[in-house]
Design a protein around this ligand. Structure first.
Ligand code: SF4
Length: 332
């Protein structure tokens, strides 16, 4: 069961005495957030507003919206990194899963032993399990490396677009084991490192080799990159979500494409999806600088490239090799 760190929220409220508090949580935690909202209202007499827009990641903060709601404080729940404050009002709140990994780790031994040296990664909700998992595997004759965190990323942690802890150790291990039930993060590790990756699902005690899925994704991203070579009109979509507005990257990609004679327009959107892009009939293709996973995981009628794909496209236009599109430390 996932437990939101209510204690930290209550302490912050007691200390700072806000009048209005906003809660921002991913879909899976929305109803739990509503329960917390009602506790906060009853215990502290504070007005609480729960945001029901989708919240995709640590980048999807809402200081601006909170200001419109007159809020002094935003609790951004379930997307934690190695800091607890972002922007003017946002406080990051852990949501830890107390599920036990013992069963799935036991079941993984015959598979992981074949690889001898394994890199261990996980997401914030399971990060408290990573050391225990390492000890268990080492006691069972598997050599384990947990990659050091960088900046705001904790040791062994991966985000949907940042794989520094896996990438840096890829040459020292023969495979990766991802602790959790997120195929999204597990395939990301396989794609960013070019190594075999297994997802260790603690709920079903199942081990999934995500490498074939990662290889399908790579084929699709490569194909959609090649398709943009002949595009005449390209829309560069800038994400309007707070942590996704990469204006400088968008500007530099625009300059590069114009150097190759492309007709490039900037477009801004909150939600980048096929439905919204379908309305922009003039464009032959798109590049979006908001979240790479939109391009990598979602389906679109026309090519919608992420930043790494846009960089690969520019290499091709420059007459260079395509190179590795997604094997890199970060996709933003
Ligand atoms: S950019 Fe996308 S993958 Fe990266 S943290 Fe934000 S939502 Fe997650």
């Amino acid at each position: 069961m996932i437990k939101i760190d209510e204690k930290k929220m209550f302490l912050e409220i007691k200390e700072r005495k806000p009048k209005v508090v906003v809660l921002n949580a991913p879909d899976g935690l929305l109803n739990k957030a509503l329960e917390v909202a009602s506790k906060v209202q009853k215990s502290f007499g504070v007005q609480v507003v729960t945001i029901a827009n989708p919240c995709y990641g640590i980048c999807d903060t809402i200081d601006g919206e909170a200001e419109k709601l007159g809020a002094d404080m935003v609790f951004h729940i379930g997307h934690s990194i190695a800091t607890d404050r972002v922007g003017k009002r946002t406080i990051l709140i852990d949501a830890m899963d107390d599920v036990d990994f013992e069963g799935v780790l036991e079941a993984s031994l015959p598979i992981l032993r074949r690889y001898e040296k394994v890199g261990l990664c996980t997401i914030s909700q399971h990060i408290h399990n990573i050391e225990k998992a390492r000890l268990f595997l080492e006691e069972n004759c598997i050599s384990v490396i947990i990659g050091r965190g960088k900046g705001l990323i904790r040791d062994g942690q991966v985000l949907g677009c940042d794989f520094c802890t896996a990438f840096e150790i890829r040459e020292s291990v023969n495979a990766f084991a991802f602790l959790g039930q997120s195929i999204f993060h597990a395939t990301g590790i396989a794609l960013a490192t070019g190594k075999v990756a297994f997802m260790l699902d603690p709920y079903y005690k199942e081990i999934t080799d995500v490498t074939p899925k990662a290889s399908d994704i790579l084929k699709r991203t490569t194909l959609s990159t090649y398709k943009v070579l002949d595009a005449k009109t390209i829309g560069i979509v800038i994400g309007l979500k707070e942590g996704q507005t990469r204006l400088e990257r968008a500007q530099s990609i625009k300059c590069e494409l114009e150097r190759h004679g492309k007709d490039v327009s900037f477009i801004a959107l909150n939600e980048i999806n096929n439905e919204n892009l379908m309305r922009l009939r003039k464009m032959d293709a798109f590049i979006q600088t908001a979240c790479p996973r939109i391009s990598i995981d979602d389906s679109f009628d026309r090519s919608v490239l992420s930043i790494p794909q846009a960089e690969a496209l520019i290499r091709l236009l420059d007459g260079k090799e395509l190179g590795e599109i997604l094997q890199r430390i970060s996709w933003v």
